[in-house]
Ligand binder design. Structure first.
Ligand SMILES: [Zn+2]
Length: 64
């Protein structure tokens, strides 16, 4: 039986808890984290419960 630790991802902009959780063994790469309360999207990496915010990115959303 393997037990994993779950941790809430916090919004990199305001620091509030988002609705997303990661595990100790979760790995995210260039994950677009959108926090509705801030109406902002942050690009993040996650590994070993460490969140790295990728700065200086620009994303265009399809409108169709
Ligand atoms: Zn926020």
């Amino acid at each position: 039986m393997v037990s994993a630790i779950l941790e809430w991802i916090h919004c990199p902009v305001c620091g509030n808890k988002t609705r997303l959780q990661i595990r100790t063994d979760t790995e995210l790469k260039n994950f677009p984290l959108y926090y509705p309360k801030c109406k902002q999207e942050s690009l993040i990496d996650a590994k070993n419960l460490q969140i790295t915010v990728i700065k200086g990115f620009e994303e265009k959303h399809r409108t169709d």
